[in-house]
Design a binder for this molecule. Structure first.
Ligand SMILES: Nc1ncnc2c1ncn2[C@@H]1O[C@H](COP(=O)(O)OP(=O)(O)O)[C@@H](O)[C@H]1O
Ligand SMILES: [Mg+2]
Length: 313
């Protein structure tokens, strides 16, 4: 089906397991022997990816804490025959927050996923602190990049394990992350607190609660690079403001790519990149792009931008 995309071994196994109904607990996943330091919140593309051959991983590691400079060097990518990203170059400076905006189908999600090697580029390369991500050990890449997606995958396990996600962290650290993610009070309101089971016979969470759990995971993981495929809005204002607060704490001191669905949330980012059909058509700050009167300005004026996005996501 999607012949030109591919996925690496451990990510592949994870996706495979996440997609299957027999995964009742994260512990079962661990029994599969994957020593698993990555964190993958979304399971939305699982079915697309299952049939892929595993990618080769590199051998390199960073010898110190990374700065978080990301460079896309003339990258081209296609899923099947159609080019989705076309000879695109972009540098994201350490600790900058860059927003990707553009019409539905313009390639925003794909570009974000390429940083985690969910797929490999066809031409060009992507580097982190100057190292081609294909030359990195997969663990090293996964340790340094976190994804927060729209589709939040929940394990049929306790809230504690759902936040820990296999990382070697104490309950105290989990509690601290949950407070920052604005979900601790909610967890404490449940009869069994952090021990509360989620899933089939357990408690069901609202979309906003799941989102905050996934932000807690990323805060706990604390990787220098965060890719955020931003959630569509929640009708309830309280959830919405909690999520915004949690996100701003998550992104403190990080290099971040925010795929923005609601333009008002990205007004203050360092740089806004406007994609159209896999190419960068504009970039700049909110005010410079508004003044320019191009696609960005047009998207702002489009009453149903967000609605279109939701359908296309
Ligand atoms: N897994 C996939 N297989 C094939 N085509 C895909 C896949 N994911 C996305 N596409 C296509 O790639 C293009 C870019 O999609 P995407 O990156 O999701 O855009 P955006 O996030 O801007 O809406 C669209 O034409 C979409 O239909
Ligand atoms: Mg998208």
């Amino acid at each position: 089906m999607f012949l030109n995309g591919s996925i690496n071994g451990s990510t592949y196994i994870l996706f495979l397991l996440l997609s299957s109904s027999f995964l009742n607990s994260f512990k079962q996943l661990l029994q599969f022997g994957s020593k698993f330091s990555m964190l993958l919140e979304g399971a939305g593309k699982v079915r697309d990816i299952i049939n892929h051959e595993p990618q080769e991983q590199g051998h390199k590691t960073f010898d110190r804490k990374i700065q978080g400079r990301i460079q896309f060097n003339n990258i081209t990518f296609k899923y099947d025959k159609k080019e989705v990203i076309k000879n695109l170059s972009l540098t994201i400076k350490p600790k900058n927050i860059v927003a990707l905006v553009g019409p539905s189908g313009s390639g925003k999600t794909t570009l974000g996923q390429l940083v985690g090697r969910f797929w490999d580029v066809e031409k060009g390369n992507i580097t982190i602190d100057g190292i081609d991500i294909k030359e990195l050990k997969m663990d090293e890449l996964m340790k340094n990049v976190s994804f927060v997606f729209q589709d939040v995958f929940m394990l049929h396990d306790t809230i504690e394990e759902n936040i820990r996600m296999g990382l070697d962290r104490s309950l105290e650290e989990i509690t601290r992350a949950s407070k920052k993610a604005q979900i601790h009070d909610f967890i404490m309101s449940l009869p069994n607190g952090y021990e509360t089971k989620l899933g089939e016979n357990g408690v069901k969470l609202s979309g906003g609660e799941k989102q905050r759990i996934s932000i807690a995971r990323a805060i706990l993981k604390d990787s220098p690079i965060v890719v955020l495929d931003e959630v569509t809005s929640y009708s309830d204002v309280e959830n919405e403001s909690k999520i915004q607060k949690a996100l701003s704490i998550l992104l403190e001191d990080k290099t971040a790519i925010i795929i923005a669905h609601r333009l008002y949330t990205i007004k203050n980012v360092d740089e806004i990149i406007v994609l159209d059909e896999g190419e960068i058509v504009e970039k700049g700050t909110h005010s410079s792009l508004m003044n320019k009167g191009g696609l960005y300005n047009h998207l702002w004026n489009m009453y149903d931008y967000e609605v279109v996005e939701e359908r296309g996501a």
